[in-house]
Design a protein around this ligand. Structure first.
Ligand SMILES: [Zn+2]
Length: 171
């Protein structure tokens, strides 16, 4: 899925406590792509390498360096996510729920990537198994995705309005 949809899903699922929690989950939601493709685009913009051009769909994955695939494996593995989640839980002695936005990112990516362009290595490093689905940029995925996000956020906004009204009456 695209980076902003990931953030919006992460924020809605794991950042409902307060504003700080929302923005934390929002940024964690986009971090698997920021720490892989984000690094690659930044070094490209800085002129350290050529940037592959998106013309007629995705560029050939062979145009991307192998370190990008390595970063993608680490940030898109459910095992790495679970290990980090448990370690953070142990250190803090309580779960850091906003980290769940990372796990959700991987789960949302599995059915929204095809073999043609970075299918999700969710079982890395134990298995190379990947699912080939329809890419998120295809209207069959992208339009329902936007509709789902509008429904989620409209519902959330409506609930927030009602809560605010109720609080005013309680005073
Ligand atoms: Zn991703």
């Amino acid at each position: 899925m695209d980076i902003f949809s990931h953030s919006l899903y992460g924020g809605a699922a794991f950042g409902r406590k307060n504003r700080k929690s929302f923005w934390t989950a929002f940024f964690i939601g986009m971090s698997p792509d920021l720490l892989s493709f984000g690094v690659f685009w930044t070094t490209g913009i800085l002129g350290l390498h050529q940037i592959p051009i998106f013309r007629n769909g995705h560029p050939d994955p062979a145009m991307f360096p192998s370190y990008l695939q390595s970063l993608y494996n680490v940030t898109h593995s459910l095992f790495v996510f679970l290990a980090v989640f448990l370690i953070v839980w142990l250190i803090r002695r309580k779960p850091f729920w906003e980290l769940g936005a990372w796990g959700l990112h991987i789960i949302v990516d599995i059915p929204s990537h095809s073999y043609q362009f970075f299918p999700t290595p969710f079982l890395w490093p134990f298995s190379n198994f990947k699912v080939s689905s329809i890419s998120w940029s295809d209207p069959r995925i992208f339009i329902p995705n936007v509709i789902i996000l509008i429904i989620i956020y409209s519902f959330w906004f409506w609930r927030w309005k009602i809560n605010k009204k109720e609080k005013r009456y309680e005073k």
